[in-house]
Each structure stands twice: as structure tokens, then as C-alpha cells.
Design a protein. Sequence first.
Length: 317
Amino acid sequence: MLADDNKRLRIFTGTANPLLAQEIACYLGAAMGEARIGRFNNGEIQVMIEESVRGKEVFVLQSTSQPVNENLMELLIMVDAFKRASAKHITAVIPYYAYARQDRKTRGREPISAKLVANLLSVAGVTRVVTMDLHAGQIQGFFDIPVDHLLGVPILADYVRAKNLADFVVVSPDLGGVTRARSLADRLDSDIAIIEKRRPAPGVAEVMNIIGDVKGKTAVMIDDLVDTAGSLVEAASALVKFGALDVYACCTHAVLTYPAVPRIENSPIKELVVTNTIPLTPDKQSEKIKVLSVAPIMGEAILRIYNEMSVSQLFNL
């Protein structure tokens, strides 16, 4: 994708998701930047950039997934190193943006942590952010630097289309996800249904009703992330109760904190489709979980940013 003699673009990675970074570098036909990341005896992070980045366009990939604070701090320290080494621009490629669910105050004396993370990135020296499927799109407004918000729906839609499911309906697991469900349904020329639920406590959901027709159909649920899978499994059970024949689920970010995997394996969900924005450790893998790569779309976004082309056109292809 890049000319062999073009050395201004440099791809670096933290320790959170090096395999995805390598896939992106392969897509671009670029070599990985040389950096060494370690720990001092007291746990402090040590970063050494082992090549010149003066005047370079630096793209550093780091998902702020578990361990969240370690990965976030690692990213901030790497960015500081690039800034002090006179990089021309520093783009933080953050496939999964941590603290995105803390995007507003719901009661007194509560922080807006998603805004704090945006401030930290800007102060560290990030000049642009590339991320995917923010839990709340308005987080883009927390930044005073450009943010390219990539979407997982095109990748998920291609996979669902290839399965050739007969008589299916796209399902939003809650009222807040209707826009995402509509986007997938439009790509697949499908009807949608919406699960109406209430949350009596954080992390607890109760299904009240299903808006739309799922009886005798294959239900394809879509959400931005799956954490403990409690809500997802509850929604799948409700769909079966309301007459759905099979239930599939699609989520961009596979957070999958315990007991998510056992819940999914013992649920009516036939297959959970996720992406590799967060790497799946061995304890989070299952025959029911299918992983798709976001490397092509992220690589293409990086190429377009570097060449000063439109990124939004990616979603019109």
C-alpha cells in the first residue's frame, strides 16, 4: 500500500494488542516501528523508542482494554516519548476506548471519566485519535483534536450476509442501540425489532417487552460491546420466549469479563460474532465465539489519514 521509499509513516504498538498492530502493518506494507516497553522493579512503565521519529507521522496502536489503567498509562507514556522525540504528528489508534460508559453525570459528585481520558490524551501530545464504535458517539466532542470514529457494522454485516440466513430480523438489545441496529438492518435489507427493558441496578437488566415481530424468525442482535453478557443472555432468552427460532449476537468489543463465557456457552445464543479490537485470552475463547479482524478497515483509515483523504467515505463503499 505504501511506497518502499516512503519512511515518514511509522506504526508503533503498545503491549495491549500487538497482533492487530502487526496485521495493520502488513495491510499497509509497512514495517513495525522499533520500541521497547518494560517495567521497573516497582511496577513503573519504561518506554524506549529505538529509532528516530523526528518529523515522522507516528501512529501508535493501543487498546485500553484489561488491564485498563496499565494499558492507558502505557499509551500516555509512549505518546510523551514521541512528542519529546519531535514526531510531526502523533495519532493514537485506540480500537477500544476505555471509560466510554462513564460519559455523563447521573448523580451528584460523579466524575465524567471519558472526558478525563480525552484530556489526558491531548495533554500527553496526541494530535489525532482513531477509534471504533464508541459506547456513546458524543465522546468525540470531548476532544479538541480530530477524532475518526470507525464503525464495526460494515464488517459484521458482511459476515452475517455470507451466512445466508433465511427470514431473519435485526434486534437492538435496548432503546439506545436502535441507530446501530437500523444501520445493520439497512445493509442487510432486514426488518428490526427492539427489546424494551429496564435496569433496576447497574449491570442488571429486565426485559419488559419486544417491539417488532420475531416469531418464527432468526434473530440477529447487535451491540457495541459485551461485558459480563448478562444483558445479552437475558435478551436471547426473551427472544426465544417470544418465538425466535435461532439467536445470533454481534458485538464489536469483546470485553468478556467473568462469567461472560460460561453464560454464553449455556445460553440460547447460537453464535457470538466479535472483532479483535480486544484480544481474546485463552480463557475467553469458545466454539460459540467467532472473531473478525478490523485490521483492513483500520489500515485503510490510517492510509487515508496519511494521504489526507476522506475517512468517512469508507462507510459508503
